[in-house]
Design a protein around this ligand. Sequence first.
Ligand code: UTP
Length: 409
Amino acid sequence: MSERLDRVKAKLAKYGQEQVLKYYDELNEKEKDELLSQIEATDMEILDACNHKEDLVKRGVIEPLAAMELSEIEANKERFTDIGLEAIRSGKVGAVLLAGGMGTRLGSDNPKGMYNVGITHELYIFQCLINNLLDVVHQADTWIHLFVMTSDKNNEATVSFMEEHAYFGYNPKYVHFFKQEMAAATDYNGKIYLEEKAKLSTSPNGNGGWFISLEKAGLLDLVHNQGIEWINVFAVDNVLQRIADPCFVGATIDKKCVVGAKVVRKAAPDEKVGAMCLEDGKPSIVEYYDMTEELMNAKNEKGEPAYNFGVILNYLFYVPDLEKMMASLPLHIVEKKIPYLDENGRLVKPESPNGYKYENLVLDMIHQLDSCLPYEVVREREFAPIKNKTGVDSVESARALLEKNGVRL
Ligand code: UTP
């Protein structure tokens, strides 16, 4: 043990993280072993990034990328839908639900998908999403493989909830859970918090790790065996979104793009959504906080705002190109509320952000691929994200939009 402890201490000293052994002497043997194992397995190299945050995401040359707008989609709707349905019927389309997040803004202890948005009857977020996917299952008359990404923190709760509710009518043979990786969470100086005396604070490592985690879970074999060529990745929180939407699938295939991205027309030039663009000639997303005045005011040849389409975290990826692209993704440092032990060893669940989480984001995958089709959808019909309890992007706003779209609450 002592040699092992020495090695762990050396690692901690190298990264200036000795504080995590504060309670070591109070622990029993099993706890000591667990803590040492966790320290051994934790990537501490990345934590230094919080000291040079500004260098992390250096932007290239940003230029506009035209979207396929509603009028063009409408004019080709039948043809795109046929192409999409054909791909779905031949088993070429799967879906990945990103449900590994902590949903801290919503502030519920359960996974976000377990949130009940119903008023007169139960209607869970997971149920809304399954209902939306079932529309396509019925239209195509075939099941679609649904992969659900969870994390260490919410896997058990998610899996048992789905089982208890009989997958809301989905065929369990077509539902596959996999867990994403975790990363350490730190204070503002990059020091790892403890969440228990024998446990480092960790959080899921962002939604960008989904493809690698899918592979690590052995599910890429299933993707290959089943002949899945396209994967529609979508967020848990948008209760109105269409999943494996045949017209979207068909348009992306027809335009010979290796990614399709559903986008909405921005409500205002400074709206807080990432906008589709080209960066150094490759498809990319410029985050709202990187939108300069110049970009906000730029116009395209039609005289319309050049960066007018925001992403809604619903992407269709072509699997063979994803496999070629295994380069590492840039790191994002995100301010969050992180539960931690205070100086008296008591657990604190902070009311406001108190540190950083270290994440990879799915939007960075786009930039590593060669072609992307931004595909416009009608905001009121397909975009009702639930991030907060009230106000913008909340349970309230999503309920109003669900009702507007004829969903009984
Ligand atoms: P958000 O960026 O809204 O993060 O996730 P979040 O953790 O759910 O919520 P907050 O910020 O703590 O309130 C967008 C989507 O990405 C998934 C989420 O589940 C959601 O579908 N996600 C996020 C993951 O799957 N893993 C992660 O590590 C982070």
